[in-house]
Design a protein around this ligand. Structure first.
Ligand code: ADP
Length: 497
């Protein structure tokens, strides 16, 4: 057997010249104002490129191009099997460029290269393939009305879709929305997060190369309160589909109301409860899942199991194991293949997380970590951090930190665990461990969350919907249910003479 090739990611990174222009109507273009902003790598503070700082006038250009492409049917009116073929070609191209895309993702937002290679790129490829394969297998309906009528219920593409995504999984978040939107025949304008524009810009060229016609997939870079807001306020955008913070999700609702009552889909914040009960017989496994559930992706995950709820009889054993795992996950340069915990996305966010850690020190007991490290690298790194004896009323138990910070709450039994788990404005994900099937059934039914994991955490597949209850959002990404967001339902009555 030949040895696997060892890639020197530092060398590759030095040779990379990332694209920073927006992509409108099939071409890379500067912002009309000529404005740009620096794209800084959180690994070492290196400037990777200048990115176009688009604003309202650029959004208008992109919307015009997307509208024209939609109305002339160059994509929407193709047979689903033709769109499928092109989207499969797109997925193949993403796969062929997987090393380059993984490197861009890591340089841009700091996640370990091993994760961008083994998680982000494959999940993106799978997502496009899955929706491509789905779209020519969906049938419409005939309603059981009367013998003198034919009433059909058909789905039509929504039209021009605005897609606004965050920086924690830039490609996957974009793919979860782009793939069903494009498969259904829409034209789209993608607004990546200002912290992570690079993979979106690269994907745009691959989409064109795959045969997605110009104007159908546009990428407009820029800041939230300028480019993002203009997109959400635009009168000719039919829907805006967002993943990000709950606060900005609420703005998106307002913008939709202030403009054209466009459809919205929101996947927002979380403060997910991860419960380990006394009758769990696999405590090592549970502890491992709990550690992974908060420290994976530097804790920059909306579904992070950031509130660990431990039943008193098992708490010490579980906590000891998590501590041990956390100690072995010290942050390091994400371009090193063994790194498990990479850089935080940027200096501003690092500061935000450090402020939460300071607040945690006032409210609870710091058990592990809590420091910013590797500052000499010029990058942004925070140790895996664990707070013990946290009250569920504490800020670090109620607010989304979006960093490698775990809040541990101790309870006496199932009832108290469930009460605390549900005492949150969020309801994105929840996990529970027990070897009693009745306990599990009771818990999974009671937990108010869009995704509930029993004896596992962060299980994931494109076939299952993802999204939240309560202030974690509206609507679902993934699975066939996602098509509901990107299509209009039409009832057509035909009287038979
Ligand atoms: P995070 O806190 O994870 O950075 P945000 O909700 O601030 O999440 O950002 C998620 C996405 O929303 C990004 O693409 C960002 O540019 C965009 N965004 C931020 N503010 C606004 C806004 N006022 N209107 C529209 N989009 C916005």
């Amino acid at each position: 057997m030949s040895k696997p090739e060892v890639i020197n990611w530092h060398e590759r990174a030095a040779a990379l010249k990332p694209e920073g222009q927006a992509f409108i109507n099939g071409q890379y273009v500067s912002a009309l104002s000529g404005e740009t902003f620096e794209c800084v790598s959180p690994i070492d503070g290196r400037i990777l490129t200048q990115v176009a700082a688009c604003d309202q006038e650029d959004i208008e250009q992109a919307v015009k191009a997307a509208r024209k492409a939609f109305e002339d049917g160059r994509w929407a009116l193709r047979a689903p099997a033709e769109r499928k073929k092109i989207l499969l070609q797109f997925a193949d191209l993403i796969e062929q460029h997987s090393e380059e895309l993984a490197l861009l993702e890591t340089l841009d937002m700091g996640k370990p290269i091993r994760d961008s290679r083994s998680v982000d790129v494959p999940a993106t490829v799978r997502c496009f393939r899955w929706y491509a394969e789905a779209v020519d297998k969906l049938y419409d309906e005939v309603a059981p009305t009367s013998p003198s009528m034919l009433a059909t219920i058909t789905r039509e593409a929504l039209g021009v879709c605005g897609i606004i995504v965050p920086w924690n999984f830039p490609m996957i978040m974009a793919a979860w929305k782009l793939a069903p939107a494009l498969a259904a025949g829409n034209s789209v304008i993608l607004k990546p997060a200002e912290q992570s524009s690079l993979t979106a810009l690269r994907l745009a060229a691959l989409a064109l190369q795959a045969g997605i016609p110009e104007g159908v997939l546009n990428v407009v870079t820029g800041f939230g309160p300028t480019a993002g807001k203009s997109l959400a306020l635009n009168m000719d955008v039919d829907g805006v589909f967002f993943t990000g913070s709950t606060q900005v999700g609420k703005y998106i609702m307002q913008y939709a109301a202030e403009s054209n009552m466009k459809r919205i889909g929101l996947e927002c914040g979380g403060k997910s409860a991860h419960i380990i009960l006394r009758d769990c017989e696999h405590l090592d496994e549970a502890a491992e899942a709990a550690a992974f559930g908060i420290f994976f992706n530097q804790g920059e995950m909306c579904s992070a199991g950031s509130r660990l709820i431990l039943d008193e009889p098992v708490r010490d054993k579980v906590l000891a194991k998590i501590q041990q795992m956390a100690q072995n996950m010290q942050p390091n340069n994400p371009l090193e293949s063994e790194t498990r915990l990479g850089a935080m996305v940027d200096a501003t966010h690092t500061q935000r997380v450090m402020e939460y850690i300071a607040s945690g020190k006032q409210e609870a007991q710091l058990l592990l970590g809590g420091k910013q490290v590797r500052q000499e690298s010029g990058g942004c790194y925070i140790e895996p951090t664990i707070f013990d004896h946290v009250s569920n009323k504490a800020r670090i138990a109620q607010e989304e930190i979006f960093g490698p910070v775990l809040s541990v709450i101790t309870v006496k039994g199932l009832e108290e665990a469930l009460q605390i788990a549900n005492d949150s404005i969020y309801g994105l994900a929840a996990g529970v461990w027990s070897d009693n099937v009745n306990t599990l059934m009771k818990a999974t039914r009671a937990l108010k969350a869009g995704v509930v994991y029993a004896n596992c955490y962060d299980a994931d597949d494109i076939t299952t919907p993802f999204g939240g209850f309560k202030q974690s959002g509206i609507g679902r990404d993934k699975s066939l249910h996602a098509f509901d967001k990107y299509t209009e339902l039409k009832s057509t009555w035909l009287r038979i003479r």
